[in-house]
Ligand binder design. Structure first.
Ligand SMILES: C[S@@+](CC[C@H](N)C(=O)[O-])C[C@H]1O[C@@H](n2cnc3c(N)ncnc32)[C@H](O)[C@@H]1O
Length: 306
């Protein structure tokens, strides 16, 4: 079996995503994070009256897009771009836009992509391997401040100082070149935390991945133009996997709903141009979490434009 065939991504909160997008209504929808096409396929199979546009920056998603094109013809159209370039596409007004942030299992589990510390592979971590610099180059060239931002802010690693020192000290050494070697280096020097059932390099890897792909910046830059593309009563639905993504979505939704962002701002300083449909984020059911452990930290938020 070749690597592609062995990789599977299990889409999360399928029914909940379809319900909050109100696909029942029919019309034009956009999936900004197509990946292996799990959500897109479910939407197209179950809602005959929709046309779906889809985006992904990863060339690996093209093969999955071709499969959907074969099944759904004119009802499906794929673009391989980063979602922050959404305005470069000429799209009709959209009834709904969907985001499923982060990386897919197809990326994480593929040893050739250098995302996972389980593999002896070049540390790459780019969702689009033709854009930007690899994680290895980042470790070799980033200044101290950029490393701190990656490990402390994006990775939320408590021992960030130690990790940044380790990186600086090991520059030019093969240990920063390979995913498993780098993970081992981090694991050797970080104190073990027995309360947490995760590899000691997990947070460092998360931070690096977010930095290399500029993930948070991409989300921040895309939500405003995405909202502008929505038709009246169009919906924006986002699945987040960690608090940093979720915070950006929550703040953007609050802003559009006219809520004060902090205690210094008066409530009615803001105009309300949308309604938040999820007062509290929706989480996967216990059954889904049991069947798919990777779904456990997912949060769904939805917004409807007036
Ligand atoms: C969690 S996966 C989506 C999985 C998908 N919903 C499925 O069911 O197969 C996230 C996808 O979003 C893509 N992605 C992340 N950031 C992106 C960006 N800024 N622009 C375009 N695609 C992006 C990744 O390449 C990845 O394929």
């Amino acid at each position: 079996m070749n690597v592609e065939n062995a990789l599977v991504h299990r889409p999360i909160m399928l029914r909940e995503s379809a319900t909050y997008l109100n696909l029942q209504r029919g019309g034009n929808f956009l999936d900004c994070t197509f990946g292996g096409g799990g959500h897109s396929r479910y939407f197209l199979e179950n809602f005959q009256n929709i046309k779906l546009f889809a985006i992904d920056r990863d060339p690996g998603s093209e093969v999955h897009a071709r499969a959907l094109k074969e099944s759904f013809g004119e009802r499906f159209q794929f673009f391989r771009i980063t979602f922050s370039k959404i305005n470069a596409l000429s799209l009709p007004p959209l009834e709904g836009i969907f985001f499923d942030f982060g990386i897919s299992s197809l990326q994480l589990d593929d040893p050739r992509r250098g995302f996972s510390f389980r593999h002896h592979t070049q540390l790459d971590m780019r969702m689009d391997p033709f854009e930007g610099i690899s994680a290895r180059e980042f470790l070799e060239t980033a200044d101290r401040q950029q490393l701190e931002e990656a490990i402390r802010d994006f990775g939320e690693e408590r021992h960030w100082r130690k990790v940044v020192d380790l990186i600086m000290k090991n520059r030019g050494n093969d240990v920063l070149r390979y995913a498993d070697w780098f993970a081992e280096l981090v694991a050797t020097y970080l104190p073990k935390d027995f309360r947490e059932n995760i590899h000691p390099a997990t947070r460092t890897f998360q931070g690096l991945r977010i930095a290399v792909n500029r993930e948070l910046e991409e989300i921040q830059r895309t939500l405003p133009p995405a909202f502008d593309l929505l038709a009246a009563e169009g919906r924006l639905v986002a699945l987040s996997f960690h608090s940093l993504e979720d915070r950006i979505v929550k703040q953007f939704f609050n802003e559009k709903a006219g809520k004060a962002l902090n205690c210094h701002e008066k409530y009615n300083d803001r105009q309300s141009i949308a309604k938040i449909l999820t007062k509290k984020p929706i989480m996967p059911s216990e059954e889904e979490i049991l069947n798919n452990r990777r779904s456990r930290s997912t949060k769904l938020r939805a917004l409807e434009k007036f």
